[in-house]
Design a protein around this ligand. Structure first.
Ligand SMILES: [Zn+2]
Length: 280
């Protein structure tokens, strides 16, 4: 989840062979909008074409300057993948990613021609990209490692300037923390997020996110033990005092994700919608 960020340019060549286009969909949840990345110059792969916005699709095709052969997606939330099938239809590109799981907030129109597994590689105009499976924010989330530069394109796994929503049951806090640890192990030089600017200090940012989530988890555990029998909605003001009430709907989803992780860890027990501390 992110607030409106600073103004970002709509087109940026980050380095030769990597371009970024900003989709015109700014909002409370998308910050300045969704980042679409273009890899290659003689042949092009497009990552996360965003929602269906004709002007953005036209801008992707116009700025590609070469045949678009692949469309990759990080995950199938409505601000990342719905334009993929349109773009593939207009260009004949192959769709790569992981299929949409059942449930709300999923783009079921995205049906990959090639389902990516962890470690799968794609060569684009001399650029090698590797799929890194990173479930957590979404169960089908994939980051892409640019091997030569050691940059990771992180979609909504890590975004610039804010934390992301973990919305169960598709979102999983346990998976999210494991996927963050995985990203850190890869020791990237930069992170290119789905929202916001390039992140040049990945280690520090990943540590901050892990720390922030574990601090919140500790607060949830303390509140549970002090107030047994509350629902997630009742626990919310006790552990999200710092969050704007307008965001409580989403904060409740993340709180539920923390509660489910505590339950998995044997530190919380659920009876219907009421929670209490317990277990080991
Ligand atoms: Zn998302």
């Amino acid at each position: 989840m992110t607030s409106f960020g600073p103004a970002m340019p709509t087109f940026t060549e980050l380095v030769p062979g990597i371009r970024r286009l900003l989709a015109p969909n700014p909002s409370m949840m998308t910050g300045p909008g969704t980042n679409t990345y273009l890899f290659g110059t003689d042949e092009v792969a497009v990552l996360d074409p965003g929602p269906v916005i004709d002007s953005h699709l036209d801008a992707i095709i116009k700025s590609s300057g070469a045949p678009i052969r692949w469309v990759l997606v990080t995950h199938t939330h409505p601000d990342h993948s719905p334009a993929a099938v349109r773009l593939a239809r207009r260009t004949g590109a192959e769709l790569l990613g992981r299929p949409a799981p059942d449930g709300p907030h999923q783009d079921a129109t995205f049906v990959p021609d090639r389902v990516l597994a962890d470690g799968d590689r794609l060569m684009v105009d001399g650029i090698e990209l590797e799929a890194i499976q990173t479930p957590g924010h979404a169960s089908n989330h994939v980051c892409y490692l640019h091997l030569a530069r050691n940059w990771i394109f992180t979609g909504d796994h890590v975004i610039d300037g804010s934390t992301v929503v973990i919305d169960p049951p598709d979102g999983s806090m346990s998976d999210y923390l494991e996927s963050l640890a995985r990203l850190k192990e890869l020791a990237p030089i930069a992170l290119a997020p789905g929202h916001g600017e390039l992140i040049n200090d990945p280690g520090r940012i990943i540590d901050w996110i892990i720390d922030h989530r574990l601090q919140r988890e500790a607060k949830v555990a303390v509140a549970l033990n002090a107030n047994p029998g509350l629902t997630a909605m009742e626990l919310l003001p006790l552990v999200y005092r710092d969050v704007d009430k307008k965001l409580y709907g989403w904060a409740e989803r993340s709180l539920l994700a923390h509660l489910i992780k505590l339950e998995e860890d044997g530190r919380a027990v659920r009876h219907r919608d009421a929670w209490q501390g317990g277990g080991s």
